[in-house]
Write a protein that binds this ligand. Structure first.
Ligand code: ADP
Ligand code: GN1
Ligand code: MG
Length: 379
């Protein structure tokens, strides 16, 4: 057998240029809904253990994994350079791609699966929910910094990894298509949710209309700004590293802001079944807005500020509609761990949308105050 053929049969972790000897692997690491994440530990010569994150790209979700990996390599190189220029620590402030033994940035196995590996950012914690308003403020700073550092990144160099990802009109249409097909006859069990969505059709294009006529700027955005996609420094609490870069694409600030608050400002888990526990907390919203605008406020004008509230309203609706469509389609996109899981998730999102609508004027007022407090509002 040729050397290349032998290399192809080795277990995946042995095909990356890890330091030390492979010690063990832990599958199903973290709580993401999309990729398969494996924790790899290697024993170094001095006896200590070094950790890595190994991930298989979900090709049901990402149809062009090479374009996705090119984005990640380009964006992490950019952020590493910025960290260096700002006197920061490039090995902690962005992901570091670990090459394969052959020196490539990703690996395609014999089944056509794509694998990539990152250095584990040590002495950090991942939060599934905010422990305090301070956590949300720090998350806001981390994502605000992310957008700011990529402000001058040439967006046209990025591949679009999922077309129309946060296009609310498109997501609405997908619900209606799923309902029309209704392969598992789940439609009748979702009448209230469908009615909820239908009643909001008129809202769906608020952001896209303003992007189309140039009133809102297209930026490089993360597009998946859940709290658990930030690594917080275990001692200082600062949001040091933004992870999960698969959906970094041209987008709107409202997408990143909205996705972060729909998850972070909720008083309950995304899949909470008891809806009486699910509220959109204005206190948590304020904390995130303050952190985000403290860092990114300087590049945001009055309409973009208002768009952040629309981001909260529409991205929450959008993700609720994606959960609902996936429920109707038979749970083919998001990982589930119980029957009805995606419907439960859709319901929490719609409850949050309702809360956001009820408190709309307060949200706008908080954004205005946080922008003013950042001292960077347009004069
Ligand atoms: P998914 O797309 O499935 O959400 P993520 O890339 O977000 O996958 O990874 C899942 C979890 O793994 C994260 O929430 C985080 O806790 C952890 N993680 C990912 N990358 C790293 C890293 N480089 N260092 C430490 N932890 C990481
Ligand atoms: C997925 O990969 P993860 O778990 O961070 C999804 C997001 C949703 C989120 C809902 C590529 O994010 O868009 O908002 O689940 N990612 C993709 O929890 O679809
Ligand atoms: Mg994630």
């Amino acid at each position: 057998m040729s050397e290349a053929a032998v290399a192809q049969r080795r277990p995946i972790p042995l095909r990356f240029a890890f330091e030390g000897e492979l010690h063990d692997v832990t599958p199903d690491y973290g709580e993401g809904h999309i990729n398969d994440t494996v924790l790899v530990r290697c024993r170094l010569a001095d006896g200590s253990l070094r950790r890595y994150i190994l991930q298989r790209v979900n090709q049901h979700v990402f149809h062009e994994p090479e374009g996705l990996m090119e984005n990640i390599v380009a964006v992490t190189a950019w952020l590493r350079e910025k960290a260096r220029a700002n006197g920061g620590d490039p090995s902690r402030e962005t992901l570091t791609v670990i090459p394969t033994a052959g020196g490539a940035n990703w690996l395609v196995d014999e089944n056509g699966e794509y694998w990539r590996c990152y250095d584990f950012v040590e002495d950090t914690v991942t939060l599934q929910a905010a422990r305090s308003t301070e956590d949300l403020k720090l998350a806001g700073r981390a994502f605000g910094r992310f957008i700011s550092l990529l402000d001058d990144f040439p967006a046209e160099n990025l591949n679009v990894t999922i077309p129309r990802f946060h296009d609310t009109v498109h997501r609405y249409e997908q619900v209606m298509e799923a309902l029309a097909a209704d392969p598992l006859q789940r439609g009748p069990g979702c009448r209230d949710e469908i009615a909820f969505v239908e009643a909001r059709y008129g809202d769906c294009s608020w952001l896209l209309d303003r992007l189309a006529d140039g009133r809102l700027p297209l930026r490089v955005t993360h597009n998946d700004t859940k709290l658990n996609n930030v690594l917080f420094d275990a001692s200082t609490g600062e949001g040091v590293c933004v992870v999960d870069l698969d959906t970094v694409m041209p987008g709107l600030a409202a997408y990143d802001f909205g996705d972060a608050v729909r998850f972070g400002a909720s008083t309950a888990a995304e899949d909470e079944r008891d809806l009486s526990r699910v509220h959109f907390s204005l206190e948590l919203f304020r904390a995130y807005a303050e952190g985000f605008l403290e860092v990114a406020g300087g590049v945001i004008d009055e309409l973009e500020l208002e768009s952040l509230a629309w981001g909260a309203r529409l991205i929450t609706l959008t993700i609720g509609m994606r959960f609902l469509a996936d429920h109707l389609n038979g749970d083919v996109y998001f990982k589930i761990s119980r029957p009805g899981h995606n419907l439960d998730r859709a319901r929490t999102q719609f409850k949050l949308v309702q809360d956001i609508e009820t408190h709309w004027d307060e949200l706008l007022a908080i954004l205005g105050q946080a922008h003013a407090a950042s001292g960077k509002q347009d004069s």
